[in-house]
Design a protein around this ligand. Structure first.
Ligand SMILES: Cc1cc2nc3c(=O)[nH]c(=O)nc-3n(C[C@H](O)[C@H](O)[C@H](O)COP(=O)(O)OP(=O)(O)OC[C@H]3O[C@@H](n4cnc5c(N)ncnc54)[C@H](O)[C@@H]3O)c2cc1C
Length: 422
């Protein structure tokens, strides 16, 4: 039997109810613009269990008015003890330097709690679940004055939108439609999990990191009873084909990847609920595409991982998605929110201004994250001993002196304010 096509019209449609989609819906709501969020899952979905939010992200959450919901339940930390497993040297690093303008430090929070904190401030009916976008085309409006964007959903519904914001993650349908090239493989994977200690874990509230030539691992407490851990490593061809069952992934970490890591790390990993363990193959958008590619077309654009997927050597992708929300609403609000309605050209200009403001920032983060991972590993891939020595020299001298302060700047970035309406 053929599916019946239903047609609807909406002013602003956001695709994806992840961090980016929900934050954008909320930021638009704060400036008086209603939107519809389409989510393919049947509920709010968070893969990865926990996320660290740095001052740049807190600043955005503050502007969105939801920071207090999280800061009241998650303790902050500002220090990471990083151990080089090859030399045994441990260094204490301040994550935010002396520039933490928000004064909130870094907090690691449950992803689901973050999503709910954003979603519960949206008007009822903003999120439409089980609504998967499958294709997009541009159609002229009935009076031929401008185009509308026709969104075809799984199940036959067509939604005609004036503004489209793709927040549909790394394999974004919207990014593909805009003409952005597909994200590239970083050849790195991340395994993450949540360890549970019902009687209390007894660790200090600080990050712990271990570095070896081709791996980086660490853990950080969320609260007195839960610890978020991760390990990133070069993906082997065998791993690409292997099963992703959580118990097997855990075994792979304890018996292979981290077999020679300190017992403390293995103890944390061994205390995980296998259901919280995930394996992610890390992709990134080539910065050139962000700077010169099709990040917007007419009244359509992308945000979050749909725009700027990055490796997580600088774990700032989620924070950047929160910043996107504030910047987009700051530009789009005035263009959509005046009476009589401004012509589409004004909205197009607003979207172009959003992209202009974001593209250097996010291209810098994508590049910085990749280079940071590469440098932490002392270079990577197949290199001669001589070349590896040169890379190590560059890493120690140049990276520590010139790049690290920029990372501290990036963490403390201020995305600015919104002119909110009450
Ligand atoms: C290992 C790892 C660790 C990380 N750690 C951190 C960290 O500590 N701090 C930090 O700031 N960032 C971190 N990040 C990055 C962060 O997780 C992402 O940048 C962030 O989750 C991106 O959010 P998003 O909303 O753009 O995308 P997503 O979270 O991927 O959300 C996309 C949403 O769109 C929906 N969707 C997809 N396709 C469709 C469709 N066709 N139709 C309808 N809906 C659709 C999906 O179901 C999903 O709900 C980490 C990432 C990784 C991989």
């Amino acid at each position: 039997m053929e599916e019946e096509e239903e047609e609807e019209e909406e002013e602003v449609v956001i695709v994806g109810a992840g961090i980016a989609g929900l934050a954008i819906a909320l930021a638009l709501e704060r400036v008086g613009v209603r939107s519809l969020v389409l989510e393919r899952s049947h509920e709010l979905r968070a893969s990865g269990t926990a996320i660290s939010i740095f001052p740049s992200g807190w600043r955005a959450l503050q502007v969105l008015g939801v920071d207090h919901k999280l800061s009241s339940i998650y303790p902050s930390y500002n220090t990471v003890r990083s151990t080089n497993l090859e030399t045994g040297e441990t260094r204490e690093l301040s994550l935010t330097g002396t520039m933490d303008r928000v004064g909130i430090g870094v907090r690691t929070v449950h992803r689901k709690v973050l999503l709910h904190a954003l979603a519960e401030d949206l008007p009822h009916g903003t999120i439409r679940f089980s609504s998967k976008l499958v294709s997009i085309n541009m159609e002229p409006q009935e009076d031929s004055s401008s185009n509308v964007i026709a969104l075809h959903l799984d199940g036959g519904t067509i939604i005609k939108a004036k503004v489209l914001i793709g927040c549909d993650g790394v394999h974004s349908v919207v990014a593909q439609w805009l003409g952005l090239s597909a994200p590239v493989d970083s050849d790195r994977s991340a395994i993450r999990g949540l360890a549970e200690f019902p009687e209390g874990h007894g660790f200090r509230f600080e990050g712990k990191q271990y570095r070896s030539r081709d791996k980086r691992a660490g853990f950080v407490p969320l609260n007195d009873k839960e610890i978020y851990w991760f390990i990133t490593h070069d993906t082997s061809s065998r791993e690409r084909e292997s099963t992703r069952h959580p118990r097997l992934i855990l075994r792979h970490v304890t018996h292979f990847l981290a077999a020679d890591f300190p017992p403390t790390f293995l103890h944390v990993v061994g205390s995980s609920d296998p259901r919280t363990v995930t394996w992610t193959h890390m992709l990134l958008r080539v910065p050139r595409d962000l700077l010169f590619g099709w990040t917007h077309r007419g009244c359509a654009t992308v945000a979050g991982d749909a725009m700027h997927p990055m490796t997580q050597d600088l774990p700032l992708g989620g924070c950047a998605a929160l910043e996107d929300a504030v910047v987009l609403a700051r530009h789009l609000g005035p263009a959509l929110n005046v009476s009589p309605r401004r012509p589409p050209a004004e909205v197009e200009k607003a979207i172009a201004a959003y992209v202009k403001e974001r593209r250097w920032r996010v291209a810098g983060l994508v590049a910085g994250s990749y280079i940071s991972g590469w440098a932490q590993r002392g270079g990577g891939g197949v290199m001669s001993r001589m070349w590896r020595w040169v890379v190590r020299f560059v890493c120690v001298r140049v990276f520590a002196r010139y790049v690290s302060p920029r990372i501290v700047d990036a963490i403390n970035y201020d995305c600015g304010n919104l002119n909110t309406v009450d």
